[in-house]
Design a protein around this ligand. Structure first.
Ligand SMILES: NC(=O)c1ccc[n+]([C@@H]2O[C@H](COP(=O)([O-])OP(=O)(O)OC[C@H]3O[C@@H](n4cnc5c(N)ncnc54)[C@H](O)[C@@H]3O)[C@@H](O)[C@H]2O)c1
Length: 317
């Protein structure tokens, strides 16, 4: 992909991985539209990028606010005259604590931003990208932690597992529109993620976890050794150029991921234990896939972009 002149929409762009992406894709010639819940840090980031000669616009956005997200999508089209070619669902929050102490507020916040924010990005922007009829690419940041559960960060890992799975599905769905989909799975980034509780909304403040200075300092100690966001964004750029589904530039991820996949495979019996069942269930799925394709062909007048646009226009009337 030639990035020059492409519009890149980046969430979580005020800090860390998102800011690294803004620099790398801005330097590659993209025109940027940046959003983040931290308005001041975002304004500083935009200033820095512009000082480098990068075309950058943006505004504060809480990704969990669907109405505001749609307004920001309109704003991108006002500013640049068309929807983004590149969507980076990068923003995320992190919470750590004994899983068994989790409260609904812990779930609502972490799933709301890490999964809900991505859902809102996809539902808001994908139809617009399809309607624009140009090739594009979407990169969503999950985590290596999304490949396996972990006791102290179960909600975070679950949010990332959902995002990985969602991107696997979207990749298949969007290939016909020439929109590639990748999922970035970092292991450790040198970022502000250890300070996530600063952007936790007041109504979801109640937590089953203790977030004190000692916890924050110990998290900062881990993330201080993380990959530099610029280096990570360089891997993302290469991943888009190769149209990789998974972008996992961390060699140390191989051991836990391999162990997890082996544990899953070990739970699956050999075909020889139930050959007739395998044959009939497989045939049923193949028939269903053929029927589904036929139905989709008949409904080709209902291109998803157009249908969703219509829905939005109806809602606005
Ligand atoms: N730091 C790591 O070690 C690590 C590891 C694996 C995955 N990740 C993922 O990388 C992504 C980027 O995180 P980072 O490490 O750069 O952290 P970061 O905190 O430096 O950046 C995340 C940004 O998201 C923004 N944000 C938080 N809630 C938001 C909301 N509701 N709406 C809009 N913006 C919001 C924050 O203000 C922040 O600027 C996240 O999805 C994170 O889960 C990070």
């Amino acid at each position: 992909m030639d990035f020059s002149g492409k519009i890149a929409f980046i969430t979580g762009a005020a800090n860390g991985a998102g800011l690294g992406q803004a620099h790398v894709f801005g330097r590659a010639g993209c025109r940027l539209f940046l959003v983040d819940i931290r308005a001041d840090a975002l304004a500083t980031a935009i200033e820095q990028l512009r000082a480098e000669g990068i075309e950058a616009e943006g505004c504060a956005l809480d990704l969990t606010d669907r109405v505001a997200y749609a307004r920001v999508a309109d704003r991108v089209e006002e500013v640049y005259g068309e929807p983004p070619h590149l969507l980076f669902n990068t923003a995320g929050v992190f919470a750590i604590g004994p899983t068994e102490m989790s409260r609904y507020e812990d779930f609502d916040w972490v799933l709301g931003v890490n999964l809900g924010g991505v859902v809102n990005g996809m539902v808001t922007l994908v139809p617009r990208m399809i309607d624009a009829g140009r090739p594009g690419h979407i990169v969503t940041t999950a985590s290596v932690g999304g490949f396996y559960g972990a006791d102290a960060v179960a909600i975070y890992s679950a949010s990332k597992a959902a995002v990985i799975n969602l991107m696997e599905g979207y990749r298949k769905a969007l290939a016909k529109y020439r929109i590639g989909v990748s999922v970035l799975c970092p292991m450790n980034i040198n970022s502000n993620i250890g300070l996530s509780s600063q952007v936790r909304p007041a109504q979801l403040r109640a937590s089953g976890y203790v977030v004190d200075d000692a916890t924050t300092a110990s998290l900062q100690g881990i993330f201080a050794h993380g990959m530099d966001p610029l280096e990570l964004a360089g891997h993302v750029k290469a991943g888009i150029e190769r149209n990789d589904l998974y972008i996992i530039p961390y060699p140390e991820a191989a051991v836990p991921v391999r162990q997890h996949v082996e544990d899953i495979l070990a739970a699956i019996p050999a075909t020889s234990t139930d050959p007739d069942g395998v044959a009939s269930r497989t045939a049923a799925l193949e028939n269903w896939a053929r029927d589904r394709d036929e139905i989709a062909r008949r409904r080709s007048d209902q291109a998803p972009g157009r249908v969703v646009r219509q829905r939005q226009e109806e809602a606005a009337r």
